[in-house]
Design a protein around this ligand. Structure first.
Ligand SMILES: CSCC[C@H](NC=O)C(=O)O
Ligand SMILES: [Zn+2]
Ligand SMILES: [Zn+2]
Length: 422
């Protein structure tokens, strides 16, 4: 219908704004979002915790503003792309007329979600729905570079405290099958650099304790650990988010020469960097011990340093996860809402990478990661990232159902009803 073609044009318009790191056009994105908010008669506010990095905060006031509010979060930045390796330019948002696929950086991660929230609100408003709880939408900068100037400062702010948020939705991942993926936790990023030193010497001499040999022993040990973790995933005994992943990010060693590297000199220093992701269910102290004793032992002239080390524990010393039991009514509401909209949900998972949700979970808030993309290959951060228009439209209906359920949820009534049952 023409209705859905307008919806798709608005999505493409947002995708066409080049918000790629490291120089995102945040101003244009903020202007676009504020104009969308004006069309929808939502209150809007542009916060700049860091100058030049606007966070757009929209508000749909509820009839009972004292009830904890709902926060729908999405990030406005996207990762860079190698334009020449794409079949269509990543900021053209090309719509393939035969398949309905929309190609753009951010089509999955996560401009789809931000616009789907807005489209769902448009539909709910058109149907006459009025929220009981206040619904907020935050469009935050800098998620792809760690969220320090965006969600982290927002979660720490007075503005956020006054919002009295009761539950938050943030991004998930596409699913190649018909089941939507949903996330209740994420792995903590540890970015480790290990350094080896050793005596320099002639390239023809065999001797112990060279920097290269010392580093290679560590790399071998790390590889064995990686393979064992990966085997747990390959055999199906653990999900991706339940194991510790380790991947080498860089290797740096050698003595430069005008034609490359000096070949007959064994260098006195060598280092390697690793992206490690630690699930909240793992024991971080045993990994710390492994790093100090096996991966970078001082007995082998090695040192190590973390470029990033996020705790798996929250402010209260508990593993950072959102409960999915009866203590968290938002989970059951989400399940029911998706079912009601004819969506199928997979088993809840631990997100393998990091999202801004961690800054909110860290404060004890329930946060659920969900990007409604079923029947879709996982292409975030990849070439030719795309989302099919029909999947996008289906996702809007999921949010209509979820926002309706969340914004109408009256804990008091539920508690009274369950007391009456007893
Ligand atoms: C640790 S901050 C980086 C956040 C980034 N998020 C999405 O890819 C990630 O690498 O998981
Ligand atoms: Zn993302
Ligand atoms: Zn991303």
């Amino acid at each position: 219908s023409s209705d859905s073609s307008i919806i798709i044009s608005r999505f493409r318009e947002y995708l066409q704004i080049n918000t790629a790191q490291p120089n995102p056009n945040y101003r244009e994105a903020a202007e676009f979002l504020v104009s969308q908010a004006n069309f929808l008669s939502l209150d809007s506010q542009v916060l700049e915790f860091v100058p030049g990095k606007p966070l757009v905060l929209l508000k749909w006031p509820g009839k009972s503003p004292s009830l904890p509010s709902i926060l729908l979060n999405s990030h406005t930045d996207v990762v860079p792309s190698e334009h020449h390796k794409w079949s269509h330019p990543p900021f053209e948002a090309h719509l393939d007329s035969s398949t309905g696929n929309i190609f753009a950086r951010g089509s999955q991660d996560m401009k789809c979600v931000g616009m789907q929230y807005l489209e769902a609100i448009r539909k709910l408003k058109a149907s006459g729905f009025q929220p009981l709880r206040t619904v907020y939408l935050s469009f935050v900068p800098d998620e792809e570079v760690g969220g320090h100037d965006g969600a982290e400062k927002f979660a720490d702010s007075e503005v956020f405290k006054k919002m009295n948020v009761g539950v938050l939705l943030d991004e998930g991942l596409a699913s190649p099958d018909e089941f939507y993926r949903v996330f209740y936790a994420e792995r903590a990023p540890w970015w480790l650099v290990i350094k080896a030193t050793g005596a320099p010497g002639h390239g023809a001499k065999l001797y112990d304790n060279s920097a290269m040999e010392n580093l290679l022993k560590s790399i071998e040990s790390i590889r064995r650990f990686r393979a064992a973790q990966f085997d747990l995933v390959k055999s199906g005994s653990r999900a991706e988010g339940q194991v510790i992943s380790v991947n080498m990010a860089f290797l740096k060693a050698g003595t430069p020469s005008p034609t490359g590297f000096v070949m007959n000199l064994q260098p006195s220093e060598a280092q390697a960097g690793f992206d490690i992701r630690v699930p909240p269910t793992a024991d971080p102290s045993s990994l710390e011990r492994r790093i100090a004793e096996e991966w970078a032992p001082s007995s082998r002239n090695m040192t190590f340093e973390f470029k990033q080390k996020t705790s798996v524990y929250d402010k209260f010393g508990k593993p950072i996860l959102t409960a999915l039991d009866s203590s968290n009514p938002w989970w059951a509401l989400l399940e029911a809402a998706i079912k009601k909209a004819n969506g199928k949900l997979g088993k809840p998972e631990i997100f393998p990478a990091s999202t801004d949700a961690r800054y909110f979970r860290d404060r004890g808030l329930p946060a659920i990661g969900f990007s409604p993309m079923a029947n879709t290959p996982i292409l975030l951060h990849d070439h030719n990232e795309f989302l099919n228009k029909d999947e996008y439209l289906k996702g809007i209906d999921m949010y209509v159902s979820i926002i309706e359920a969340y914004a109408s949820f009256d804990e008091q009534t539920r508690d009274e009803a369950s007391r009456a049952e007893l």
